[in-house]
Design a protein around this ligand. Structure first.
Ligand code: GRF
Length: 208
């Protein structure tokens, strides 16, 4: 059984996609053992409560420095025996104190086709605003391992969606969420749970 800890900051629709995949048995041998948010008002905490999933707020604001916050988060995940950390709409940058403990065991979902529209400042709706401003014809989502950079770790899965002529940032965000994110995040977790992921020379190889 792969024990996952999910980090959220907001609505938690990606968390809900993981929950739904487990409930529908599409995602087997995976258990969400805890949901942690930096934001006490994150609706994702309500989603966790609805399914009786352990959840709590661990916010950098409650610590005197980032290292203490990272240590507390790391220690909690170790206490819950988490095997895989999943960032699902999580807006806090994790530092090496945390990542050393979960190296190549931390994944993130980003709402663009990395390496486009990613890195510092690219999160949430402003990713889609930048996509429309640039005038690209396809966008999508990426699941990747988290390393010490921002959106720079080895790519696991990507899925493209079209940018339509009348798209607004909101209509585009909805399509990327519904047609890409909610599909590839559970799929990536399933590949990891099935031991079908290998990293070679910082590239992900998916074993058939
Ligand atoms: C999603 O677009 C995700 O890719 C980004 O944060 C947004 C909110 O996700 N990282 P959620 O609804 O809170 O899962």
């Amino acid at each position: 059984m792969l024990r996952i800890g999910v980090l959220i900051s907001g609505s938690g629709t990606n968390l809900q996609a993981i929950i739904d995949s487990i409930e529908s048995k599409r995602l087997k041998n995976v258990s969400i053992v805890t949901v942690i948010s930096n934001n006490k008002n994150a609706y994702g905490l309500v989603r966790a409560n609805n399914y009786g999933i352990d959840n709590k707020v661990i916010s950098p604001k409650d610590f005197s420095n980032k290292d203490e916050f990272s240590r507390c988060l790391k220690d909690y995940f170790i206490e819950k025996k988490v095997d895989l950390v999943v960032l699902a709409g999580y807006l806090v940058v994790l530092n090496d104190i945390f990542l050393e403990a979960f190296s190549n065991k931390t994944i993130n979902i980003h709402p663009s086709l990395i390496p486009s529209f990613c890195g510092a400042g690219y999160y949430g709706i402003n990713v889609h605003e930048a996509v429309l401003y640039r005038g690209v014809k396809i966008t999508g989502a990426t699941v990747h391992f988290v390393d010490s950079g921002t959106d720079t770790g080895p790519i696991i899965l990507q899925k493209a969606v079209p940018v339509l002529p009348n798209d607004t940032p909101e209509t585009l965000q909805k399509r990327v969420l519904e047609e890409a994110e909610w599909e590839i995040l559970p799929k990536a977790i399933n590949l990891i749970a099935s031991n079908k992921i290998k990293i070679n020379d910082n590239k992900v190889i998916i074993l058939e």
